[in-house]
Design a protein around this ligand. Sequence first.
Ligand code: AKG
Length: 271
Amino acid sequence: MSTSVPKARPVDQELAAAFRRDGVVVLRDVLTGEQVQTLAAGVERNLADLGPLGMNATQPGQPGAFVEDFRNWGRIPEYEQAIAGSALPAIAGALMGSTTVRLFHDHLLVKEAGTLDRSPWHQDQPYYCIDGSQTISFWIPLDPVARPSTLEFVAGSHEGTWYMPRSFVKGTAMVFDEGALEEVPDIDADRGAWDIKGWALEPGDAVAFNMLTLHGAAGSPTRRRAFSLRLVGDDVRWAPRPHRTSPPYDEVDLEAGAPLDHPSFPVLWRA
Ligand SMILES: O=C(O)CCC(=O)C(=O)O
């Protein structure tokens, strides 16, 4: 973890090409020690006072805890403080090839030590109310993450099929009607058949991935706090779905097909 403010790091073409090709890249030392500490303080504040969308996604009877919360940007000041001054919004613009970067939402994902629950393989965009291809999530660990516990990705899976979003806890269909989308393939049944990418990570590192890239994670023997920052670019449009999305945006009254020009989606960076 670096302790100084990193110099503005232009995203090199090779990294942007890898993001376009694989739908995921790793960014080392992208946050300063101070930014990590600020974010971690926000996570602790958030855990002590979950918002209305917060939940424990641990399977009943399983050890540990898998705690999630969404959309706390407006009430946990450390989130904006850490991210707005960071290199991430500009990196998002460069990786997405977008002239504008908006916040879509923040997502807290904490596995307490000894949690066995997997984060099942899934894509994120089918859970959301957006269409478009200029999307990016930064998965930002606030504790060291060993390779077996890290978030893994199927390289190239952002290019095609949309898979059915299901509740992590109950496995029930969400957002779309049952049968409306293809099921996520059983990747763990034959891991060698897929181009699976994943990295051991330290605080200060992040992985950046497209919202259609298939990803999943094992449980964690050690505490694993992660903050996911979801950002969108120029071509993203509002797309109402048949059922409630995760997270929901009940206050947003945009027309289908409209750009996300709404106070719920503040612009974090412009070219
Ligand atoms: O943190 C995890 O275990 C899952 C993360 C995830 O699915 C995401 O950030 O989209």
